[in-house]
Design a protein around this ligand. Sequence first.
Ligand SMILES: C[S@@+](CC[C@H](N)C(=O)[O-])C[C@H]1O[C@@H](n2cnc3c(N)ncnc32)[C@H](O)[C@@H]1O
Length: 290
Amino acid sequence: MVAEVHSRSWRQFKETLSLLTLALRLKRSRADLVYKMLGTHNNLAEESLFLNLGYWEHATTYDGACTALARELAKDAHVKDGQAVLDAGCGFGEASAFWSDTYKLSRLVALNITESQIEVGRKRWADKKVEFVLGSALDMPFESASFDTILALESSFHFPDRVQFFREALRILKPGGTLAIADFFPLDVKITIKQRFKEWLGRGFWQIPQANWIGLQKVQDQLKAIGFKHVSLRDVSPFVFKPFKIFAKDRIKDPKVSQRLHPLLAKAWGGAHSGLERSQYVVLIVKKQN
Ligand SMILES: C[S@@+](CC[C@H](N)C(=O)[O-])C[C@H]1O[C@@H](n2cnc3c(N)ncnc32)[C@H](O)[C@@H]1O
C-alpha cells in the first residue's frame, strides 16, 4: 500500500513537470508529449481509451458519447463498405476499432504521432483489421490517391501546420474522396483577462498552435484555397460542450477516477473549460474534386 502511494506520487511528480513544460510552452508542436504524459490512466473513460469530448445527444456514458461522435463523423462522411479509410490522429484506435466493426472496409489505417498510443492500440486491437502506422499527419507515409475517406476525429486542432495536413489529405485522397473533420474552433467573442490567461495555459498544455486558433470561416477558406469542395457543415456544439462539462464535473468525483487522474487535470476537467466555452464544435465535410 505504501509502495503504491509512493509510486503514484512519483508518477504524478513527473507528470507535473511535463504538464508545466507544455503549459508554459517550453516545448511547442509536441502533441506526442501530451499523450505520452496522459498515458492510459489520465482520462475520463469507463472501459474504452477514447480521448475526445463525445457527442451526448442520447449518450449517458463517456464511452457511449465518444463512440457516438465517431459514428456521427463517419455518417456525415458517407463512409461505405469497400472503402479505404484513414483515421488521422487515431489515439488508441478506439474509433478505428468501431469503424472496422461497423463497415466492411477494404483498408483501414490508423495514423498517430504518439508512439506509446500506437503500441497500445496495436495490442489492444490485434483481432481487428486495422493497420496502425506511426507518423505525422503533415507528412503522411502513403501513396497519392490511395484513400476514399480521411476521418480526423478531434485531432486536427493539434497539427502544427494544419494547412500542410490539408495539402497532404488532398494528395492521398482519390479523386472525389472525402475529408471529414470533427473538431472545435474559437468563436470571435470577448473574454476576460482571467479567461484569456486560462485559455493560454490550456492551449499550451494541449499544444494547440496559435495558427490553428482561428475561426471556422478562415479554415473553410484555407480548404477552398487548397482545392477542396465544400460538402456539409454541422454545428454540434450543444451536444458536445455543455453535456461533456456536466458529465466531467461528476465523473471526477468517482474515487476510481480521481485516484488515477493527475489533480491538475481533474481540476481542469471539473472546472470552467474557458477555452472551449468560446468555441464551436463542428463536423465538417469537404471533398477532393473528381
Ligand atoms: C484528442 S486525441 C483524439 C484521439 C482519437 N481520435 C479519439 O477520438 O480518441 C488527438 C490525437 O491526435 C494525435 N496527433 C496529434 N498530432 C498529430 C500529428 N501531427 N500527426 C498524427 N497524429 C497526431 C495525438 O497523438 C492523439 O492521438
